[in-house]
Design a protein around this ligand. Structure first.
Ligand SMILES: NC(=O)c1ccc[n+]([C@@H]2O[C@H](COP(=O)([O-])OP(=O)(O)OC[C@H]3O[C@@H](n4cnc5c(N)ncnc54)[C@H](O)[C@@H]3O)[C@@H](O)[C@H]2O)c1
Length: 381
């Protein structure tokens, strides 16, 4: 039997991210899906929920019906964590209402559409005394956690430069630009202040902050549209500075044909450099100053405890994105359970991405849009 009960909103049949959440949350049998409002269409939502094994009374036609019913469920049956995997513009309202009703929430990125909403959500989470996390799932990769641990252990010495990229050809087909499933992403009415930056770049920015344990303080951004009919950017090249003057570079793009997924993170310190890419997540390339490059393998006993803890299967058997998401769920499981028992969680479980991290990302994107409006001038976050 599952130890904690899980509810899912969005992530319906055919959605991009739904399967990864269902697989990741249930990978360790820590969470069991007990309630859901999985689709914007009520009938599809109920039907899909039943097909996943939900009881008919807990497979809802809308998130509001789910909230109204589930907030009255107490004791053994009450949901311990709700995941919000709906389109961006709904994140704030759904997360806010579930937090206010006393539920722990894992919200998809981007946390909100505006800085005001993001700041409000931080306060609401605090007042509710509940966990509010944001799904920067790539930070769950063992070798990304290894990177962070090596930086924090000063194995690279002082960090000088971080280069983060999330560039692919996913939005490159100009013939597809009028397709409604693509078009909304580039309209300010539906996407808010930015397009590819909140869709993809936000992950890379968060990774830059995660591996260095620093915040972005200043940005200078160039947004452009390779597909000319688009209102919002499909390419963003930004310079930034992190605390302590660390140099940052971001390139995020939807028109980079051939780059497949294209998420990479590189950190350069005075004593060496680290390089990781999402398409080869089990290896981390480590080059000490004046020495040849070493390949650090996920699953090796010499890795830092954070990376060893995030590892699931033996070395040489590839793990991927679902396992990375599963590490976020396992962190949340440990933190929620510890809180319910009045205990302290494993310190390493606290590496999950928080509502504050989600808010910081929105602040960075907002500063980027101000920089763009001001001829790419350096702009404070
Ligand atoms: N963390 C990641 O790596 C990652 C990856 C992909 C997508 N995402 C994020 O996940 C969210 C969903 O993206 P997607 O690509 O799966 O979108 P999608 O359009 O493929 O699927 C959205 C799903 O939500 C449902 N839905 C829409 N409105 C709803 C509502 N009001 N109530 C209940 N269900 C509703 C839809 O019916 C659909 O099943 C977005 O915010 C996106 O940014 C994150």
């Amino acid at each position: 039997m599952s130890k904690l009960r899980w509810g899912l909103i969005g992530g319906g049949e055919g959605s991009q991210v739904g399967f990864a959440h269902r697989a990741a949350a249930q990978l360790d049998c820590n969470f069991g899906l007990v309630a859901g409002a999985l689709d914007v269409e009520p009938d599809s939502a109920r039907k899909f929920g039943l097909s996943l094994g939900l009881e008919s009374g807990r497979s809802y036609g809308s998130w509001r019906d789910m909230l109204n019913a589930e907030k009255n469920v107490m004791g053994e049956e009450r949901i311990d964590l709700v995941t919000v995997a709906t389109p961006n513009s709904t994140h704030f309202e759904i997360s806010k209402e579930f937090l206010e009703a006393g539920f722990n929430v894992l919200c998809e990125k981007p946390l909100t559409m505006s800085v005001e909403e993001a700041k409000a959500l931080v306060l609401i989470a605090k007042a509710s005394n509940r966990i509010c996390a944001v799904n920067y799932g790539y930070t769950g990769y063992p070798m990304v956690r290894q990177m962070r641990s090596m930086v924090l252990a000063r194995e690279l010495g002082d960090i000088r430069l971080v280069v983060a990229e999330f560039s692919g050809g996913f939005m490159a087909d100009s013939l597809d630009a009028e397709n409604p499933r693509v078009k909304w992403r580039f309209s300010s009415k539906h996407s808010g202040m930015a397009a590819i930056t909140v869709d993809c770049g936000i992950h890379a920015l968060n990774m830059a902050c995660f591996v260095t344990d620093k915040k972005v303080v200043e940005v200078s951004s160039d947004f452009a549209s390779g597909v000319k009919s688009r209102e919002l950017e499909d390419d963003n090249f930004s310079a930034f500075r992190l605390d302590s003057g660390i140099i940052g570079r971001l390139w995020t793009s939807g028109i980079a044909i051939g780059r497949t997924h294209g998420l990479t993170i590189q950190v350069f310190g005075e004593k060496g450099g680290l390089s990781w890419r999402q398409e080869q997540p089990n290896q981390l390339f480590w080059t000490p100053l004046n020495k040849p490059t070493h390949i650090l393998e996920r699953g090796h006993p010499d890795l830092h405890p954070s990376a060893r803890r995030a590892n699931r299967i033996t070395i040489g058997h590839p793990e991927g994105m679902v396992f990375a998401f599963a590490n976020i769920y396992r962190d949340l499981f440990e933190v929620i359970l510890a809180k319910q028992r009045g205990e302290k969680p494993d310190f390493l479980a606290l590496d999950y991405p928080t509502v504050e991290d989600g808010c910081h990302s929105i602040e960075i994107v907002e500063a980027m849009t101000r920089s763009v409006a001001n001829n790419s001038c350096w702009t404070k976050v």
